[in-house]
Design a protein around this ligand. Structure first.
Ligand code: PGA
Length: 260
């Protein structure tokens, strides 16, 4: 089995203006370089709001930080009369490499259906962005359908109907664990990750099944190691704890807690 590079993603959500973004990125990068963090062993990516991206890009390039840059969303269209939307083309130009798609907050508050998610995945690939496709079940779905059914269904829906597949990352985030302090157990995260991987293998073959699958939902420095320990979960998508440089650096330094 090929060894997948762990991916630590910080989803800032609608927090921090561009000046605060500069301060956080500086502190995070210095904290990690002081700790001799090896970015080739554990990839670290921040997902600030759109308005912070240009400042973040300038800083990362000027200081030669190894931190990766991501966006929280993109339009399914490339350009045109879509007021308020942001094209993948613009994100690419800003040095953005990854884009979150179908986060549960967008599915819930912005009516993003599986179809919209799939179209946005296609848009990401058209602009050389790696989509981080977020999937996960609500508490109600957990009770009626069990834990894996919805994440597997959402994963396959996002990847259906494309002529060819580009690189992608799946982020399994149980909706009931996001921002609630309720965390899935490592065993639960592992079971769902395995189910997603098995469905990728069945539908698309071995190579696609080697895509990275992350866990997200109330991840902190003190619980990250449990999720990565089995080798099934390839990283974490972190919300609240990514706004604190020390805490997020602690999460990124997970190799200090476990042998990878
Ligand atoms: P949380 O958010 O870490 O604050 O639970 C995770 C996410 O929404 O990506």
């Amino acid at each position: 089995m090929t060894k997948r590079t762990p991916f630590i993603a910080g989803n800032w959500k609608m927090n921090l203006d561009h000046l605060q973004a500069i301060a956080l990125i500086q502190k995070l990068s210095w904290t990690l370089s002081d700790a001799d963090h090896d970015f080739s062993k554990v990839e670290v990516c921040v997902f600030p709001p759109f308005t912070d991206l240009r400042s973040a890009q300038t800083l990362i390039e000027a200081e030669k930080f190894e931190l990766k840059l991501g966006a929280q969303d993109l339009s399914k269209h490339d350009s045109g009369a879509f007021t308020g939307e942001v094209s993948g083309a613009f994100l690419s130009k800003l040095g953005v490499g990854y884009v979150l798609i179908g986060h549960s907050e967008r599915r819930q508050y912005h009516a993003e259906t599986d179809e919209v998610v799939r179209d946005k995945v296609a848009a990401a690939w058209r602009h050389n962005l790696v989509p981080v496709i977020c999937v996960g079940e609500t508490l109600e779905e957990l009770e009626t359908e069990g834990q894996s059914a919805v994440p597997v269904r959402q994963t396959l829906a996002a990847l259906a109907g494309h002529e060819t597949l580009g690189e992608f990352v799946i982020a399994y985030e149980p909706v009931w664990a996001i921002g609630t302090g309720k965390v899935a157990t490592p065993a639960e995260a592992e079971a769902v990750t395995k189910a997603i991987r098995a469905s990728l293998k069945e539908s698309f073959g071995d190579e696609v099944a080697q895509s990275r699958i992350l866990y997200g939902g109330s991840v902190k420095a003190n619980n990250v190691a449990g999720f990565l320990a089995s080798g099934e979960v390839d990283g974490v998508l972190v919300g609240g704890a990514s706004l604190d440089a020390e805490e997020f650096a602690g999460i990124a330094r997970l190799q200090k807690h476990i042998v990878l």
